[in-house]
Design a protein around this ligand. Structure first.
Ligand code: B12
Ligand code: SF4
Length: 495
């Protein structure tokens, strides 16, 4: 069969497409795990944001697709609906399969969207079995993790248990299947790899628990190193480790750094997401090893610097510093210090706009980001389907916006008990633009060609909404913010 796999073009404020266009790791993993006689193409539509319709039409026709699969996050649902309609109009008989976080957590939303199959949670084995059943004309009812449209009635098969990843049943990603070009992170070709899946924490804003339960499974180092080599051989000079929480097992992470160094794969720049507690409590040995292995940017899930907000987000434990097994305070500053002392940069993940937040509490977090983080990644609490936090916000009547395409993390869709959603977003937006400028010298040292030739695009993206009048002080920041929001609304019309 001919299989076309698509990821959605929607991006958000912290991922300006001029500088960040990352591949979707799910699709190449699916492509690597279907039976080899199928013809498969992977298209990350982020690479063609300005020509989504033309590209989809071309690919469906060129590949003569029998099956089209879409990987979808919640804020991409509307775009996904439009792409499904487009594909259906081109080939009425095509089988459409959806998967990823949004279909898994809100399957009911897809039942009237012209979809034939929905894969819940991990997809490799389910999708492999689905294609086999389609080809052989056999029944679908034995395929765990699959929901399907049986003549207008949706059938939801039992869930599939998360894969333990320990055998080689899940094969390596198939990067050759990619048919579009242009992946980049600040001018360097970028790819993604996985070393583990899952997390045992239960932060209230995170979708991971409902998606796969609380567990943590790891791939062997041999597999991980082969995957890194494959990414490098396909051109990657920067690699993003997309593990849900690689720092859950610090000893393993240290051993992985050693394995990367021993394999001579430490010339690549690595980017990873980490818990502050793991870095603060093990930084003495972990941070120098990470640096030697090539880690350059570390996304720290700081979430908030105030204990009351951390409690609401259920993120206190992963931000705790411990001495002799006792919690002795917040780990953030210590974690940042370890990373800085070892020459790494901190991407500061903070969340502002929780129910109890006031102007002062948000300002305290913004001031913290200004002083300590190298690149801000500040978001608003966003009520994604089935997270515990969504229930809290709904119970308190604080959800102000149900337009899911705006659930991108930097549009405030909830209010606090003290502030309107728009006010929260305005505070963050105003502060964050200037924080990003502070990182230009460091970026210039590392990627001078990119910054000199493409940096202006990044600058214009960051300050879009500004005008000559605003630069001269003849227009208020509120007016600029309103214009920015209008531009953002227009940007969301991808199809
Ligand atoms: C890595 C990551 C990123 C990277 C993405 C790199 C990339 N291009 O892949 C970065 C940092 C850029 C990122 C950004 C964002 N992310 Co993100 N991200 C993740 C993370 C940590 C891992 C995702 C991953 O790659 N996993 C590995 C792959 C193999 O697994 P997978 O994606 O689940 O795919 C499997 C199944 O879902 C299924 N599947 C997936 N697609 C399909 C399609 C078909 C057809 C089938 C059959 C099956 C299938 O099969 C796959 C293989 O088993 C998750 C989860 C987490 N713990 O936080 C969040 C997560 C996916 N991100 C999320 C969000 C909201 C975002 C942002 C909007 C905002 C933000 N929080 O930063 C932005 C938007 C990015 C953009 N497009 O502009 C949410 C999504 C919530 C939701 N309900 O939609 C998550 C769940 C985090 C959370 N808040 O809970 N993210
Ligand atoms: S530690 Fe990270 S992956 Fe784990 S539940 Fe919290 S936010 Fe999600």
């Amino acid at each position: 069969m001919n299989v076309l796999l698509l990821s959605m073009p929607d991006s958000f404020e912290h991922m300006p497409p001029a500088a960040v266009r990352m591949p979707n790791g799910a699709l190449t993993s699916l492509a690597g795990n279907i039976d080899p006689h199928h013809r498969v193409a992977v298209a990350d539509l982020i690479l063609v944001q300005r020509s989504v319709r033309e590209t989809v039409v071309r690919l469906v026709r060129e590949l003569d697709a029998d099956v089209v699969g879409l990987s979808i996050m919640t804020f991409q649902r509307r775009t996904a609906g439009r792409i499904i309609d487009l594909v259906r109009s081109l080939r009425p008989g095509v089988k459409i399969v959806v998967g990823g976080y949004d279909p898994s957590l809100a399957p009911e939303a897809y039942q009237n969207m012209g979809v034939d199959f929905l894969v819940r949670s991990e997809g490799e084995i389910t999708f492999r079995e689905l294609l086999r059943a389609m080809e052989q004309g056999s029944d679908f009812h034995q395929i765990c993790g699959l929901s399907y449209n049986a003549g207008g009635n949706w059938v939801h098969n039992p869930a599939r248990a998360p894969h333990k990843l320990e055998d080689s049943e899940i094969r390596l990603p198939n990067r050759k299947a990619r048919v579009l070009k242009g992946y980049t992170l600040m001018g360097r070709p970028v790819d993604v790899i996985e070393t583990s899946r899952g997390c045992t924490y239960d932060c209230s804003f995170c979708s991971i628990i409902e998606m796969r339960g609380r567990n943590f499974f790891t791939y062997s180092f041999d597999r991980v190193l082969t995957d890194i080599r494959d990414a490098r051989d396909h051109g990657a000079r920067t690699i993003f480790l997309v593990d849900d929480n690689i720092t859950l097992n610090v000893r393993r992470f240290e051993a992985l750094c050693e394995a990367i160094i021993a394999a001579g794969l430490n010339k690549i720049d690595y980017f990873v997401q980490a818990m502050t507690s793991a870095i603060a409590n093990h930084g003495e040995t972990l941070a120098p090893l990470m640096r030697r292995a090539g880690f350059r940017y570390v996304f720290l899930g700081i979430e908030n610097i105030l204990e009351s907000d951390l409690e609401f987000l259920k993120a206190s434990a992963k931000n705790s510093e411990r001495t002799n097994g006792q919690t002795t305070g917040n780990a953030t500053l210590k974690a940042i210090d370890y990373l800085h002392r070892n020459g790494m940069y901190v991407v500061g993940g903070l969340i502002v706009g929780s129910p109890g937040d006031t102007q002062e509490s948000i300002e305290a977090n913004l001031e913290f980001a200004r002083r300590y983080v190298d690149w801000p990644y500040i978001q608003h609490p966003t009520p994604y389907p089935r997270t515990p936090m969504t229930k809290d916000f709904r119970d308190q009547g604080l959800i102000m916006n149900e337009r899911l395409e705006e659930y991108d993390g930097t549009t405030a869709v909830v209010r606090t008990q003290h502030l309107d959603a728009e006010e929260v977003e305005f505070m963050r937006w105003k502060a964050e633009r200037w924080m990003k400028v502070q990182h230009i010298p460091a970026a210039l040292r590392h990627d001078p060609t990119f910054v000199l030739f493409k940096g202006w695009k990044l600058f214009f993206h960051t300050f879009r909404g500004s005008s000559l009048r605003s630069l001269l002080g003849l227009e208020s920041q509120r007016e600029v913010f309103e214009r920015y929001r209008q531009i953002r609304r227009g940007e969301r019309e991808y199809v």
